[in-house]
Write a protein that binds this ligand. Structure first.
Ligand code: PLP
Length: 379
């Protein structure tokens, strides 16, 4: 019998049926008024999601294309910059910068911990010519939330731009680009925005629009200047992902229905319930400063994380995400960003505690689900 598949990965995430059905509409051409009206509307409404009055560019690409765009549009070869390596995605900033000949200085953070604002301050003192600091809102590989507000209070006193990868955090964790003084925020469609992969977003603040003028790194497809010129006419320089842009319009109806505070609050409740569930079943939460986008369970000694992951995915059809690099086998990550509600959380916790128990872990079956339910009951 074909059984129900459930997706709890930190991207791609589940897509609501009403969003999927928009994508099945007959194809339209993008160089016409009807599509331009949609494109103008989504570009304008994305500002609310990023909490900015600055323009938000949409590229056809995965999240990494927006990371690359952030580097090639703000820097020049031989420039110095700082990046926070607190996990796989922080590391990626370093790798992209180096690929373009930028002198990338690393702030190394133990995976599972969050960078301290003092470390960024110290790095900027050690490298006073650094043009930018690159960091990550939710470091998806560890599920740690970075204190962006405090980092921005350090960078906004200096010439260095603060560039935030919010590919997985946007919409799940509070981020106030303008109020906090963040210069550039990038994100992707396949996470909390409840869309398939394929759109990459870049919200570019005033200091970035100045830096663009000086940047000489090579760029063509990912040029902010080209994208901004087209955006003024509610269009894109190259063919957009038409169905996903239409889907974005629908998803934004849902995301913005009650406002960003309500959306962050929704994610906070799901995350707190899952964390209560993890502790309730007798496990530990891995992240020292956990995000509201996803939760990593620290697996006990003797439990093979790959076996857990496979059991969940292949026997229960509940797909979560394992650990990456040296965290492989040591953590299992449950996503709760996007199209999820409290009952989804009870399902995933129930599956995890059953699977752990079958693998011989010292879990108290039913206690994880119970703890989450008691959280939702307000106890
Ligand atoms: N940054 C973060 C924080 C992510 O979670 C991801 C994807 O999981 C990326 C960047 C890369 O995005 P993509 O795989 O869409 O290129």
């Amino acid at each position: 019998m074909r059984r129900k598949q459930r997706l709890f990965t930190p991207g791609p995430t589940a897509v609501p049926p009403e969003v999927l059905s928009v994508m099945a509409s007959p194809m339209t051409h993008h160089r016409q008024a009807a599509f331009e009206a949609v494109f103008g509307r989504v570009s304008e409404r994305l500002k609310a999601v990023f909490q900015t009055s600055s323009p938000v560019i949409i590229f056809a690409g995965s999240g990494t294309s927006a990371l690359e765009a952030a580097i090639v549009n703000t820097l020049s070869a031989e420039d110095e910059a700082i990046f926070v390596n607190a996990g796989k995605f922080g590391q990626r900033w370093g790798a992209i910068g180096k690929a373009f000949g930028v002198r990338m200085h690393e702030i190394t953070v133990e995976w599972g911990e969050a960078v301290a604002p003092q470390q960024v301050d110290d790095a900027l003192k050690a490298h006073p010519n650094a043009k930018a600091v690159f960091t990550t809102l939710n470091e998806t590989s560890t599920t740690v939330l970075t204190d962006i507000r405090s980092l921005a209070s350090v960078t906004s006193q200096r010439d260095a731009l603060l560039v935030v990868d919010a590919v997985s955090g946007l919409g799940a964790d509070e981020l106030r680009m303008d109020d906090w003084g963040v210069d550039l925020v990038v994100s992707g469609s396949q996470k909390a925005l409840m869309l398939p992969p394929g759109l990459a977003f870049s919200a570019i603040g005033p200091r970035v629009q100045e830096a663009m003028q000086r940047s000489t790194l090579p760029k063509f497809y990912l040029s902010y200047a080209k994208a901004l010129k087209s955006l003024a006419d509610n269009t894109t320089p190259f063919t957009p992902v038409v169905p996903t842009v239409l889907a974005l319009d629908k998803a934004l109806d849902m995301v913005l229905e009650d406002g960003m505070e309500a959306l962050w609050d929704h994610h906070r409740r799901l995350a707190e319930a899952v964390r209560a569930g993890v502790v309730g079943m007798g496990m530990k939460v891995f992240a020292q400063r956990p995000s509201n986008a996803a939760t990593a369970i620290a697996l006990p000694e003797g439990i093979n994380g790959s076996a857990l992951h496979k059991k969940l995915r292949d026997e229960y059809q509940v797909t979560c995400a394992g650990g990456q690099d040296h965290l492989k086998g040591r953590i299992e990550r449950i996503a709760h960003m996007g199209y999820y509600d409290q009952f989804d959380m009870l399902v995933v916790l129930g599956a995890v505690e059953l699977a752990l128990s079958e693998l011989g872990a010292p879990v108290r079956v039913g206690e994880g689900v119970g703890a989450a339910q008691r959280y939702f009951a307000g106890e």
